[in-house]
Design a protein around this ligand. Structure first.
Ligand code: 13P
Length: 251
């Protein structure tokens, strides 16, 4: 059966020293409990190697927040999937709405990134989600379906065992405005149906679909109680051990 997962996305926060402290704090808190979910932290590139060497990555997964769409070469400032994998990180977040909106990441670019991540044995946390105007125009299902189709439907059924989806309605990210449990469940069920139509029930049932967008200890339980919500991708609340653990404990 599919896994429940709580993953943090630190975004562009924390110096290396602060990040190591936070990772150690999360690991210590995990050692005090038996979580009913996998726990992952997504950190800036520059933290990855140190954090992956510091924590027990079997207990606390480590993820990059991005990787390049090229194998290697003259791409100043870029970080390849192979480099990410070489740090000991096991996951990479791709397609985050902030990458799509601020760094011009198109469906085509993301398709390349996913292929390179998988070729380097990384598991991909792939983000999808509509902006407010799209929801207000009733286009949220079309938008999300297209995001999945355009970047992931070239993959094999076997590849899908390494794909985790994260539905992050852009209007809920960092706004304090969470999707209701009903809105999340409705979209997650739609996403699972979309995957099932292409790859069959078995692949769809095995795919973890996380919710992201102002997820907090106070609303995580209600969100995670839904049949098709298999956990969360957490921004702001992942920067604090107590808050992050409050979400882990919702399972
Ligand atoms: P917040 O939890 O800060 O709303 O961010 C969600 C997110 O974008 C996680 O990737």
């Amino acid at each position: 059966m599919r896994k429940n997962i709580v993953a943090g996305n630190w975004k562009m926060n924390k110096t290396l020293q602060e990040g190591v402290e936070l990772a150690k704090g999360v690991e210590a808190a995990l050692n005090e409990r038996t979580p009913n979910c996998d726990v992952i932290i997504g950190t800036p590139f520059i933290h990855l190697a140190t954090i992956a060497a510091t924590v027990d990555t079997k207990k606390l997964g480590v993820s990059a927040e991005n990787c390049a769409d090229k194998v290697s070469g003259a791409y100043t400032g870029e970080v390849s999937a192979a480099m990410v994998a070489s740090t000991g990180a096991e996951y990479v977040i791709l397609g985050h709405s902030e990458r799509r909106a601020y760094y011009g990441e198109t469906a085509e670019i993301l398709k390349e990134k996913v292929l390179l991540a998988l070729a380097n044995n990384l598991k991909v946390i792939f983000c999808i989600g509509e902006v407010l105007e799209e929801r207000e125009a009733g286009k949220e299902f079309d938008v999300v379906k297209a995001q999945i189709e355009e970047s992931l439907f070239n993959l094999s059924a076997e590849d899908w065992s390494k794909i985790i989806l994260a539905y992050e309605p852009v209007w809920a990210i960092g706004t304090g405005k969470t999707a209701t449990a009903e809105q999340a469940q409705e979209m997650h069920a739609f996403i699972r149906k979309t995957v099932a139509e292409k790859y069959g029930e078995e692949v769809a049932e095995a795919t973890s679909i996380l919710y992201g967008g102002s997820c907090k200890p106070s609303n995580a339980k209600e969100l995670f109680a839904n049949k098709d919500v298999d956990g969360g991708l957490i921004g702001g609340a992942s920067l604090d051990v107590e808050q992050f653990m409050g979400i882990v404990d919702a399972f």
